[in-house]
Unconditional design. Structure first.
Length: 135
């Protein structure tokens, strides 16, 4: 990684649908995985542009990991595409995948059992940036 890398979200592995504008639609809980990325020891931020739909007052929730063990953070999306920035530190050099998971799929049903609201999530872009001026 130089100072930043933008992931091509359409190439992330996992259960997703690519929309006409190149965003990813996640209609159910799923984990998307990037190809391996080498991050050197230091401080980073991952910037994700996402949106989600609300069910019973709760919007789509994302969990972000670098590799299986390193939890970068969690956040709730908004109703329109907005950027969320999550800082994280690499204690040592590591090559791993960035894993972005939609973790709270849900639906609301009416008295007849018909779905009247469905929580979905979208990802528009993901950028990993080394924090300037920090080792």
């Amino acid at each position: 990684l130089e100072d930043s890398v933008e992931l091509d979200v359409t190439t992330l592995e996992g259960n997703k649908r690519v929309t006409a504008d190149g965003s990813l639609r996640l209609p159910w809980n799923s984990a998307l995985r990037s190809p391996p990325i080498l991050l050197k020891k230091g401080l980073y931020e991952v910037a994700l542009v996402t949106k989600g739909t609300e069910v019973k007052g709760v919007n789509a929730m994302f969990e972000v990991r670098f590799g299986e063990e390193n939890l970068v953070g969690e956040f709730y999306s908004q109703d329109s595409f907005q950027e969320s920035r999550l800082p994280f530190e690499m204690a040592e050099d590591e090559e791993a995948s960035l894993i972005v998971s939609f973790v709270n799929d849900g639906a609301e049903r009416n008295d007849k059992g018909e779905i009247i609201a469905d929580r979905n999530a979208w990802i528009n872009s993901i950028v990993i940036e080394r924090v300037a001026g920090r080792p």
